[in-house]
Design a protein around this ligand. Structure first.
Ligand SMILES: NC(=O)c1ccc[n+]([C@@H]2O[C@H](COP(=O)([O-])OP(=O)(O)OC[C@H]3O[C@@H](n4cnc5c(N)ncnc54)[C@H](O)[C@@H]3O)[C@@H](O)[C@H]2O)c1
Length: 360
C-alpha cells in the first residue's frame, strides 16, 4: 500500500516534540506532517528540529487545512484546558483525532466532542500507552475470556515522579541529556487554570483509563474523594472511592511525590467472582490467581514506555479504518467523568458526587 496519512500536530510543546514528532517522522505510512501551535515560536522551534518546511507551520488548524486540504488527522497535544477547543477546531476541519490525556477537564466537553465526531463520522483515539504493553495485553485477553468472572472490586494505585512538575519546576524534571526541543512551561502542570488539576489529570488519568480498558463494562456512578496538594497549587496525593454502574467498587489512589530515579507503579488489581488479576504498567508485572487455584505470574522486568505506538495506531485508523483501542466515547469520557467527579468531591471534603450531576 502506498497511501500515506497526512497528520497535523496541534500543540508542539514538550510531549509532541519528544514522542509524537519522532514517531511520525519514523513512520513509513505517514506523509505530510503539519505543525499547529498558537505560539508561532513553538511551531518554528519544532519545525527546525525536525526539518519541517516553514510552509507547513501554522497557528490555527483552519489555516492548515486550507493550505493542505488532504490533511486527514490531528494529534491534540495542547495544555489540558485547551484540549476542548483544539479538538473541536480540528473536528470542524473534518479530521480524525488522537487526543492526549486527559481527554478534557469536564465530562460535558468530552461528551460534546464525541457527539461532534460521531455526527461527521470521525474517530477518536485517546493517547494512552500502558495497555499496548505485552503483559497488559495478556491480562486483557484473560479478562475478556471471562477467567476472573464478574468484576466486584478494583484497587488502582499509581506513584510517579511528577511533584516538581506539579510545583512548577519543569527544569528539575529535565533529563540529563536535556529536553529534545523544549520542556513543559512552568504553568503547564502547576497552574489550575492551565492544568485543570494536578496528579489526577496528569497521572491518575492513565491509571483510570487502564482500569476502564481492562474492564470496559465499568463506568463510575458515584465518587467520593480526598486530595492533598502538599506544597503545590494542584493535587499531588489522591484517594478516591468509586461505586460503578455495575455495583462493583473501586479505590483509586496516587502520589506524585516519590524520589527521582524511582520507576514508581501504575497498578490495576481487578478482583472478580472467579479470581483476581494484577498488572503494573511501570514494573511489567502481571499476576493472576483464580479461585480454582490456577496461578500465572509474569515477573517484574522494565517493559519500556510505548510512547510511539499511539501514532502507529492512529495511522491504522486513518488509512485502514481500524477501530480505536481507546475510543473517546468510552475510555476517554469515562476517565474524565471519574476525575471531574473526584475533584468536585474533594472540594466538598469528600461529599459523594453523582456522575449524572456532571451533566446538569
Ligand atoms: N502520554 C504521555 O505519556 C504524556 C506525557 C506528557 C504529556 N502528555 C500530554 O501531552 C499534552 C501536552 O503536554 P505538554 O507537556 O507537551 O505541554 P506544553 O505546555 O509543553 O505544550 C503545549 C503546547 O500547546 C500549545 N497550545 C496551547 N493551546 C493551544 C491551542 N488552542 N492551539 C494550538 N496550540 C496550543 C502551547 O503553545 C504549547 O506549545 C498534555 O495533554 C499532556 O498531559 C502525555
Amino acid at each position: 500500500m502506498t497511501e500515506k496519512a497526512n497528520i497535523a500536530v496541534v500543540g508542539t510543546g514538550w510531549w509532541a516534540t519528544t514522542a509524537h514528532l519522532p514517531a511520525l517522522i519514523a513512520h513509513p505510512r505517514v506523509g505530510k506532517i503539519i505543525l499547529v501551535d498558537i505560539n508561532p515560536e513553538a511551531g518554528r522551534k519544532a519545525a527546525a528540529k525536525y526539518n519541517i518546511p516553514a510552509s507547513q507551520v501554522f497557528t490555527t488548524v483552519a489555516e492548515a487545512k486550507a493550505a493542505y486540504p488532504d490533511l486527514q488527522g490531528a494529534i491534540i497535544a495542547v495544555t489540558h484546558h485547551a484540549h476542548t477547543k483544539a479538538a473541536m477546531d480540528s473536528l470542524e476541519q473534518g479530521l480524525h483525532l488522537l487526543i492526549e490525556k486527559p481527554m478534557t477537564i469536564h465530562a460535558r466537553d468530552a461528551w460534546a466532542i464525541c457527539e461532534k465526531a460521531d455526527a461527521i463520522g470521525k474517530k477518536i483515539l485517546m493517547g494512552y500507552t500502558f495497555p499496548y504493553l505485552a503483559h497488559i495485553i495478556k491480562a486483557k485477553q484473560y479478562i475478556d475470556e471471562g477467567l476472573i468472572g464478574e468484576i466486584e472490586y478494583v484497587a488502582c494505585s499509581m506513584s510517579s515522579i511528577t511533584y516538581d512538575l506539579l510545583k512548577g519546576h519543569p527544569e528539575k524534571f529535565e533529563p540529563p541529556t536535556g529536553y529534545v526541543v523544549t520542556g513543559p512551561t512552568q504553568q503547564t502542570y502547576s497552574e489550575p487554570l492551565v492544568a485543570g488539576g494536578g496528579q489526577s489529570v496528569l497521572q491518575v488519568t492513565h491509571l483510570a483509563a487502564l482500569m476502564f480498558h481492562l474492564a470496559p463494562e465499568l463506568r463510575a456512578k458515584t465518587v467520593s474523594a480526598f486530595t492533598n496538594n502538599l506544597e503545590a497549587k494542584v493535587d499531588v496525593v489522591d484517594a478516591f472511592t468509586v461505586r460503578m454502574n455495575t455495583g462493583a467498587l473501586a479505590i483509586v489512589g496516587s502520589t506524585g511525590n516519590i524520589g527521582m530515579g524511582d520507576a514508581g507503579s501504575v497498578e490495576v488489581h481487578l478482583h472478580g467472582s472467579k479470581g483476581r488479576i494484577l498488572v503494573d504498567g511501570f514494573t511489567g508485572e502481571m499476576f493472576m490467581r483464580l479461585h480454582n487455584g490456577r496461578e500465572e505470574h509474569i515477573p517484574r522486568k522494565d517493559p519500556g514506555y510505548p510512547g510511539d505506538v499511539p501514532v502507529d495506531k492512529f495511522t491504522e485508523i486513518i488509512l485502514d479504518g481500524a477501530e480505536p483501542w481507546f475510543p473517546g466515547k468510552t475510555n476517554g469520557l469515562y476517565t474524565v467523568e471519574l476525575l471531574e467527579a473526584a475533584l468536585r468531591s474533594a472540594e466538598q471534603d469528600g461529599m459523594p458526587v453523582q456522575i449524572a450531576d456532571l451533566y446538569k
